[in-house]
Design a protein around this ligand. Structure first.
Ligand SMILES: Cc1cc2nc3c(=O)[nH]c(=O)nc-3n(C[C@H](O)[C@H](O)[C@H](O)COP(=O)(O)O)c2cc1C
Length: 336
């Protein structure tokens, strides 16, 4: 059983599924589990902790995995990219920032470049960077994003853009995909595959404390909010256009809207937040998940999650008489 798309062909995958390079949660164990299950796992290079990244790539062992970075953070420690490129990752993903300068180094090393984007202008920058894969992240997504475009419109718009400007560039959908319905829908929207965060965060291989998993399992899709408080408290200089989708909780209700005050109190609050996050305290830190949390009802091994998503999508695509991922503007011949 499998769903073949241009993405599976290009990367030699069984399933058109990438796992998100989630800060802290996506270590080598999760990335390797996803790759072993037929997708492509990405280690979360996030804020560029050199030792952590090296240890997690070691943990993945011989299983081919990629590594994803937060672009603005990697710009501050660009030498870490060399460390990763030397290990011949299956791909490097850049999110949240101009991918052109660092993307050139990835491409020069002969490593496939994945760029996560939030808008049409971002997608054009990704094409200039020479992205092999563009990931269209919609506002439903867990974690950071620009959160102003929904997956449902961003994906087909960028599918048309790529078909017009750069037909060989692959497209993945991200944001709100947690079951076979989401995968099938993404392919129908013109994506070649999906990048999944929240649903794979809720797996046994993810580095997530039990208290945060439990909070997510008890939540529904109405329970998330967009917050900047955790970044201000931790002193992370996120550009203004990005916020973080988290479960609404005591921390967000205490600090959202009081950002100036938090900047003054930041250090102490940030240290408390970090301790609570490591301990899995869902009230005093944050549970970082997307709207898809309402579709997550258990913590299972990543292979089981992927197998189920693919089985559901296969049934749905079969039932609708097509597995086509390429109904593009040019094919339709009308503007709709
Ligand atoms: C816990 C968590 C941490 C994340 N950390 C990162 C990150 O460090 N870098 C990144 O590019 N994206 C990160 N993301 C966003 C994902 O790349 C992806 O866009 C998102 O998870 C897709 O939406 P979904 O959560 O609905 O699947 C994170 C997402 C989650 C849930």
């Amino acid at each position: 059983m499998g769903i073949s798309t241009r993405l599976t062909g290009a990367f030699g995958l069984e399933h058109p599924i990438l796992s998100a390079p989630m800060a802290v949660a996506a270590g080598g164990w999760l990335a390797a589990a996803v790759s072993s299950a037929g997708g492509l796992g990405l280690v979360g290079g996030a804020y560029v902790d050199r030792d952590w990244i090296a240890a997690e790539l070691d943990e993945a062992g011989d299983t081919p995995v990629g590594c994803g970075f937060i672009t603005w953070a990697l710009e501050r420690s660009p030498d870490v990219l060399d460390l990763v490129l030397e290990r011949r990752p299956r791909a490097v993903m850049l999110s949240f920032g101009d991918p052109r300068p660092l993307g050139a180094r990835v491409r020069d090393a002969g490593v496939p470049l994945i760029c996560q984007v939030n808008s049409r202008p971002d997608a054009l920058l990704a094409l200039e960077a020479g992205a092999d894969v563009v990931v269209a992240q919609g506002a439903e997504a867990g974690g950071h994003g620009a959160h102003h475009r929904s997956t449902l419109t961003l994906v087909p718009e960028l599918a048309d853009l790529l078909a017009d400007r750069s037909p060989d560039t692959l497209l993945c959908a991200a944001g709100g995909i947690a079951d076979g319905r989401g995968l099938a829908a993404a392919l129908m929207l013109g994506a070649d595959g999906v990048l999944i965060g929240s649903r794979l965060w809720a797996t046994t291989e993810a580095k997530v404390p039990t208290g945060l998993h439990d909070a997510a399992l008890a939540a529904d899709g109405d329970a998330t909010t967009l917050s900047r408080a955790l970044d201000i408290a931790r002193g992370l200089p996120w550009p203004d256009r990005f916020s973080c989708r988290v479960l609404r909780n005591r921390f967000s209700e205490t600090w959202d809207g009081r950002e100036a005050e938090l900047r003054d109190a930041g250090h102490t609050v940030g240290e408390d937040w970090k301790r609570a996050f490591v301990a899995g305290d869902p009230d005093a830190s944050n549970t970082i998940v997307g709207e898809a949390v309402g579709l997550i009802h258990g913590v299972q091994p990543a292979a089981d999650v992927i197998e189920r998503i693919v089985a559901e999508a296969t049934t749905l695509l079969g039932a609708h008489g097509t597995a086509a991922s390429a109904l593009r503007e040019t094919d339709r011949g009308v503007d709709g």
